[in-house]
Ligand binder design. Structure first.
Ligand code: ASP
Ligand code: MG
Length: 467
């Protein structure tokens, strides 16, 4: 098989794990052609973002210190991952040259005292740039042929939308095939840094947090892979969060659309655009656990087996949000009211997670992250209160609960089963939304009722027996 295998940051966070990953790839490569994509070691991208904040604050010493800490971390991993001294030396030299570039960039940014979207992307791409060398040289140490490549080097060309870039697929397809075909033919395993590419001027761009998934699917589409595997530290997509529901199960198979919904609802963190490159070629994905490779994980496919089509497949909860209820008589029949409310929130950078409006048009309910709540409320108060809004009511600590499953489409009576189960728990439903896709039903309850409701719904739809 032609495979793209992507490892998240937690899969390579210690020397032992790095060696295990390399051993796994070594044996996998005997029967398959593989391209590996890897993330930064866990925590490193966060640290790089922190460095950019320190630069903005003019805190030069702390910025330098944190940069040294990252370099130190990779050097230590390098020393502990490699057995043969000549390989270790080669790896340390390679890490050195990347680290020098990182330090030069840092000094430049400190001198200017500013962080532009372009310099930020350049800076935060370094986690992956360092990681690829760890894996590639550990493979070398095990006797496999392997080559580290950054997103730019493999040929991922993007637009110049720094921080949220998108690959220009036609150019990328040509370049990626050109780089990888001769390598695969010679049985050399490319180890590609996720998360970033470069625009047409050669400036490094990133895809947004979690973007290594997106790199992996982009490459899979370019090389017409047979499958793509996302390896992380969970067994797959689950029927519920196992921290909330003890008997939650790993789902054997879901459709792309279901996986997209599950990713949105945070059941497992997947970059939101991950599935885009797979859709036209219908390349199947497996979501698997690096630390439990016996398990085949969740199979995500365009055309799931009929037997796996269930009304509801997953109950997920997004906890710790705030609800704002916006009221006012002058909102009724006044076109543009909702637009004003939403643009006011957009201007202060608040992301809206859920909305509903009553048909009487006299109230709109909005759910935002708890961390955005104060910002959202004061923006609405300052700009709109007393004008189109008469009253704002705020509820803190609410949870969004969502049921996901493509079998809900056109099935009568799902909502009544859902709300009867909630009622039995004596929990009050604050707000409800169902998209017209009918792939999910989402509603809001006070956080104190979240756990019992999720468990009750998991029981109601017998999700513990799903596969
Ligand atoms: N290292 C990047 C991040 O932490 C990309 C990724 O892990 O997928 O967001
Ligand atoms: Mg990650």
């Amino acid at each position: 098989m032609k495979l793209v295998v992507k490892f998240g940051g937690t899969s390579i966070s210690s020397a032992q794990k790095i060696r295990d990953v390399a051993k796994y790839l070594h044996s996998l490569s005997k029967k398959n052609q593989i391209i590996t994509v890897c993330s930064a070691v866990s925590g490193v991208t966060d640290d790089l973002i922190e460095i950019s904040k320190l630069i903005q604050k003019g805190n030069k010493d702390q910025a330098n210190k944190l940069t040294k800490k990252i370099i130190q971390k990779y050097n230590q991993l390098a020393k502990d991952s490699i057995k043969k001294s000549q390989n270790r030396k080669k790896l340390l030299d390679k890490l050195d040259s990347v680290s020098v570039e990182l330090e030069e960039l840092l000094h430049g940014m400190i001198l200017l005292g500013e962080v532009t979207p372009r310099s930020l992307d350049y800076l935060i791409s370094f986690g992956e740039r360092l990681s690829i060398n760890l894996i590639a040289f550990t493979l070398l140490d095990l006797g496999s042929k392997s080559i580290p490549l950054t997103g730019k080097e493999i040929g991922i060309v993007t637009d110049s939308n720094f921080g949220e870039a998108r690959p220009l697929m036609d150019t990328t397809r040509i370049r990626v095939s050109k780089t990888t075909e001769p390598l695969l033919a010679k049985k050399i395993i490319p180890i590609v840094g996720g998360f970033s590419g470069a625009d047409q001027h050669g400036s490094i761009t990133t895809f947004g947090r979690g973007g290594s998934d997106y790199t992996a699917t982009t490459i899979a589409s370019c090389i017409n892979a047979d499958e793509i595997w996302l390896m992380s530290d969970v067994d797959g997509l689950m029927t519920a969060d196992p921290k909330i529901v003890k008997n939650a199960k790993v789902l054997n198979e879901v459709s792309y659309v279901e996986a997209i919904e599950m990713a949105l609802f945070g059941a497992k963190q997947i970059h939101p655009r991950t599935f885009e490159p797979l859709l036209s070629k219908k390349i199947p994905m497996r979501i698997r656990n690096t630390f439990n490779t016996e398990n085949l994980g969740t199979y995500v496919t365009a055309s799931p087996d009929i037997a796996t089509k269930k009304t509801v497949k997953c109950v997920s909860a997004i906890r710790n949000n705030g609800l704002i209820d916006v009221r006012g008589g002058s909102m009724v029949g006044a076109p543009g009211t909702a637009a004003k409310i939403f643009s006011t929130l957009a201007e202060v950078g608040v992301n809206i997670m859920m909305i509903s409006q009553s048909p009487s048009e006299s109230s709109i309910s909005i759910v935002v992250k708890k961390t955005d709540l104060d910002k959202a409320v004061s923006a609405l108060e300052m700009n709109l209160l007393g004008k189109i809004i008469k009253k704002l009511e705020v509820t803190t600590d609410v949870s969004i609960i969502a049921l996901i499953g493509s079998g809900m489409r056109g099935t009568v009576g799902v909502a009544s089963r859902v709300f009867a189960a909630v009622e039995k728990k004596g929990v009050n439903v604050v707000m409800i939304a169902q998209g017209s896709s009918e792939l999910n039903i989402a509603f809001v309850v006070k956080d104190s009722g979240c756990q019992s409701v999720v468990q009750a719904l998991h029981d109601e739809f017998e999700l513990a027996k799903i596969n």
